[in-house]
Each structure stands twice: as C-alpha cells, then as structure tokens.
Design a protein around this ligand. Structure first.
Ligand code: MTE
Length: 323
C-alpha cells in the first residue's frame, strides 16, 4: 500500500501558520489517516489530555462550522498583541511576562444553579467535550480585529451536562486571582488597575448559543499563556473583553452578573457589549476597525458579521440603551 506522507517541510524554516496551513491542505486532500500514522503528535482529542506545547497538540480537529474564508491573522501577531491585564496593560507585555505561568494542573468549578455542580480538571473537560476548530473574527473594543483559528467546544455542552435549575438565567465567569502567578494583580503601579478577579457574564441564551465556545487552543496548539491558557471564553459577536481568559469558575445564577469593564467604567462598557458600528464608545467611533496586519481600515459589521446567527436574541431590545 502506498503510504502518503505530508510534504517535506523543515520546522526550522517555516512559520507556525505555514505549517498549520500545509497540514490543513494535506488533511483536506483526504490523507488524514495516513498523516495520523506519520505524525508523532496527538491524533485525537483524548490524547490531547497529555499537556505539551507542540505543533499539533489536538490532532485532527473536526470543523465546528461558522467559519470564514478571510485571511488568518498570523500566529506571531495573535500571540504578541494581547490584552491580558493580569500580566500587563501593554499589548506586548502578556507574551513577555507570562512565560513562566503554569496552566496545569488546573481545575474549573461549575457552581450555583446547577444540579450537577462539580469541579472539572481541564484535561478531563477536553476529553469529555472533544474540541473542534472554529475560525472566528475577534473584534476588540479598541477598534482592532483579528481572524483566529480557535480550538474549543461549545459552552452549551458543558451547561447541558451541568443540568441548570429553572432559576439559572445567567452565567458568570471568573479568572484566576493569584498575584504570585499573575504579576499584573500585584498591588502597586498596575495591580490596582482593575478589581480582581476579572469577571464576565452572559445571559443564558447567549451562553448556550452554538457560536459560544470555551477555547482551549489556537492554530491547532494548546492556548499560549498570553491568550488565556488553559481555558477561555470566545464569543465572536461581542467585543473582545467579554472573552474572559484563564477561567477558574463558571457560576450559573439567577441575577445578572457584574462584569469587570462595566464595574470599571459603566458609561463606556455595558453588559451586552455586542459589536455595534452604530453605537460609538464615548471616546471613539466603533464604525470602523483595523485588522491587525493591515493598514486600511474596514467597516465594522453589526454583531461582528454574525447578525444572521444572533440578531434574534435581541429582538425588541434597544441596543443603544443596552450597549
Ligand atoms: N481576560 C482577562 N482575564 N483579562 C483581560 O485583561 N482582556 C480582554 C479579553 N479577556 C482580558 C481578558 C480583552 S480587552 C480582549 S480584546 C481579549 O481578551 C483579547 O484576547 P487575545 O489576547 O486572545 O486577542
């Protein structure tokens, strides 16, 4: 039998996204089985439970749909231009200062209005809910955007497994609060910049929407620390600050949770934070955005281009008021 091999490429000469694209092209060519036999990396989500940072941590990922054919933002931009105030308030800072952060072992507690409230080891979660690939746009409130091949699983699956009670109307998320491990949380110059821990929230129908995922990787790899290892939210129709990183608690609640940027500046950041070119931030317009890596600005789309999937969630709501 002829065993097909992936094209000969030297890892030393090529970038992560070239390697990623090469691999995807090869898999789409129908050679997945042969490739699985030739690559040493994990070939199933189950094997991804062994934590290591590699080229192909998650193996052959199913396509989770909702994708876009837009140009991917290069891996080095996705991982060096970050907002992660637990490490730095500077865009380059999280990549520079999070290198020693250990995202394993890690547990996530599902608590509150859930019959199956429990604590999960993050790798147990990955085994229970096999990740998929989702190529989503991320639009930051600061008017820049990226296109990222995320690896994750629908939050809806975890919510369902947790058996919400009839009182569960919202979902609250909390980031790790550990100033020893997250230097940006230490009292001092930047330590008081936000009220820690970082918290976020979604209405239950938003949380259970098929577009909403818990992200565990990008570009086929485990999440780099600066992107929110080991587990973060990805809600592509909302401004980036809703996509909370390094989550330790998911709480189902009856009352609308507070969210960090709304606590910080309620006139500037709302609870909903749906991407909306018609509602300007008090200090800048949201009508256009700069795709990282491009010069010319492009128009921002309502709900970040996902209106067809999510606009109905807000029927009858005044989105100027509920910004
Ligand atoms: N989560 C935590 N815990 N702390 C943060 O500072 N920044 C948010 C969001 N999640 C932030 C966070 C903002 S403002 C954005 S734009 C996105 O993360 C950026 O995600 P990225 O670095 O993966 O692009």
């Amino acid at each position: 039998m002829l065993i097909q091999k992936p094209p000969a490429i030297s890892a030393r000469e090529i970038t992560v996204e070239e390697l990623y694209r090469e691999r995807r092209r090869f898999l789409r060519g129908g050679a997945a089985v042969a490739l699985a036999a030739t690559l040493p990396a994990a070939t199933s989500a189950a094997r991804a439970a062994t934590f290591h940072q590699g080229v192909n941590d998650f193996g052959d990922l199913p396509d989770g749909g909702f994708g876009t054919d837009e140009e991917l933002t290069p891996f080095d931009k996705v991982t060096t231009y970050n907002n992660f105030y637990e490490f730095s308030t500077d865009k380059a800072g999280p990549a520079e200062l999070s290198g020693d952060f250990e995202p394993r072992p890690w547990t996530v507690a599902v608590e509150g209005e859930a019959e199956n409230a429990r604590r999960w080891d993050v790798d147990e979660l990955i085994r229970r809910f096999p990740p998929q690939e989702r190529v989503y746009r991320l639009r930051c409130v600061e008017a820049w955007s990226m296109v990222i091949p995320w690896v994750g699983f629908p939050l809806a699956d975890l919510i369902k497994e947790s058996k919400p009670t009839s009182r569960a109307k919202f979902v609250e998320f909390r980031t790790l609060h550990d100033p020893e491990r997250m230097p940006g949380q230490r009292p001092g110059l930047f330590g008081n910049v936000l009220d820690w821990p970082y918290v976020e929230g979604l209405r239950m129908d938003e949380a259970a929407h098929p577009l909403t995922i818990l992200g565990v990787g990008l570009y086929g790899r485990f999440l780099p620390n600066q992107n929110g290892a080991p587990l973060r939210l990805v809600v592509p129709w909302k401004y980036g600050f809703k996509s909370i990183k390094s989550i330790v608690t998911i709480r189902l609640s009856e009352k609308q949770p507070r969210n960090t940027w709304n606590i910080q500046a309620p006139r500037e950041y709302g609870f909903y934070s749906n991407v909306n070119p018609e509602v300007a931030h008090p200090r800048w317009s949201q009508a256009r955005e700069r795709r990282i890596g491009e010069w010319k600005k492009r128009p921002t789309l309502p709900f970040n281009g996902y209106a067809e999937q999510v606009a109905h969630l807000y029927a009858g709501m005044d989105l100027h008021k509920h910004f």
